[in-house]
Design a protein around this ligand. Structure first.
Ligand code: HEM
Length: 339
């Protein structure tokens, strides 16, 4: 399997297994493995979500019963609905297994897109150059998961003309479809020959399209959620952090502790504002209520805190890692090239 190997530099055997590529492949296969386990367990109609974070990052609901009461049909948990937020899976594959599978893979597609965008920061923050080996596998894997997500949608619709009509008529599908086309364009240029043909600089510029594509994917995620936008908000928060880091890096502060802590706090704050703004636009809820729900820890820990907390943890972990294994002359601080 040549795509799992890297150059070894040794004379006798020029290639060896790449741990980064193998880990990336395993991560890409994880959603399919989780799905297979559900199917084998006959879990298609169960109510317990299978996966890594059963109660969901969002907890039981934004603002608890008081806020839910004011939100209409909120019996299932109101804005924060924990069941939908578990990283392992979201709702069980219930009444319509095909649609639940489609949703499950949609969630994973967004996660994989974000993990792909996290490779560049992670390799600098932890001085781990070989992590770059994982990026192509992750990006192609995300595209493959999206392709299956779209394929399931086509099967569910039953006819291509219906699919085309729906994509034209429903804006969230149009947005998803544009993101899909973008991913296909990036995938078709994700091989060494394409890099050589386009030239490194043009290839790099083309692949910055991954940013708007991910933004569109997250918007698609927001738009098809009916009431609970906990997970899309969380994904948007991580995306804001990733883009903010690129800005820092451009100005030479991508590995500075203070800059990273400020980035974490700003990304968390922006996440809270985004969530409040979304609810205002979608449901007319007073943004002050949504913002104050961020302080109601008894019910849930809102996405803004996860984003800020994880950002601070990354800043501290990076500081420790770079003390153990410093960047050569803190090169990354001066470098502005970011992809
Ligand atoms: C980059 C491209 C795309 C990504 C990352 C993506 C991701 C997602 C995500 C995260 C969800 C929400 C899952 C949940 O409810 O937990 C979703 C739902 C959905 N997506 Fe996509 N999607 C993409 C493209 C498309 C395309 C091209 C179509 C079809 C034209 C599509 C059709 C749907 C449908 C029908 C739903 C479910 C709506 C429902 O709950 O009834 N998606 N997608």
């Amino acid at each position: 399997m040549p795509f799992l190997r890297e150059r070894s530099g040794a004379k006798g055997s020029p290639y060896r297994w790449s741990p980064e590529k193998i880990a990336a492949l395993l991560l890409v296969l994880l959603p399919f493995a989780l799905l297979a386990v559900r199917i084998l367990r006959g879990d298609l109609a169960a109510t317990d979500p299978l996966g890594l974070g059963a109660p969901g990052l969002g907890g039981p609901g934004l603002g608890g019963p008081g806020l839910n009461a004011g939100l209409g049909p909120g019996a299932a948990g109101g804005l924060g609905g924990g069941a939908a937020g578990g990283l392992g899976g979201g709702p069980a594959l219930g009444a319509r297994p095909l649609v639940e599978t489609l949703r499950f893979l949609g969630d994973w597609a967004v996660r994989l897109l974000l993990v792909t965008l996290a490779v560049t920061p992670a390799r600098r923050l932890f001085n781990w150059p070989k992590l770059l080996n994982a990026r192509r596998t992750l990006g192609l894997g995300a595209a493959a998961v999206v392709a299956v997500h779209f394929g399931l949608y086509c099967i569910d619709m039953g006819s291509l003309s219906v699919v085309v009509r729906e994509i034209v008529l429903r804006i969230y599908l149009t947005i998803g479809f544009v993101a899909l086309l973008g991913l296909l364009a990036l995938s078709s240029t994700s091989w060494d020959g394409a890099v050589a043909r386009l030239g490194a600089e043009r290839w790099r510029r083309l692949h910055t399209l991954a940013y708007p594509i991910t933004a569109l994917a997250i918007l698609h995620f927001f738009m098809q959620q009916k009431l609970d936008v906990t997970e899309p908000t969380l994904m948007a928060g991580f995306f804001l952090w990733l883009m903010g880091w690129r800005l820092l890096q451009r100005y030479g502060h991508g590995t500075g502790l203070l800059a990273l802590v400020l980035l974490a706090v700003s990304a968390g704050f922006a996440t809270a504002l985004l969530e409040a703004g979304w609810y205002l636009a979608a449901t007319g809820i007073d943004p002050k209520r949504v913002l104050s729900a961020n302080l109601a820890f008894g019910y849930s820990i809102r996405p803004a805190w996860w984003v800020a907390g994880l950002g601070v943890a990354v800043a501290l972990a990076s500081e420790a890692a770079l003390r153990i294994r410093p960047l050569p002359a803190r090169r990354a601080r001066a470098s502005g090239a970011v992809t």
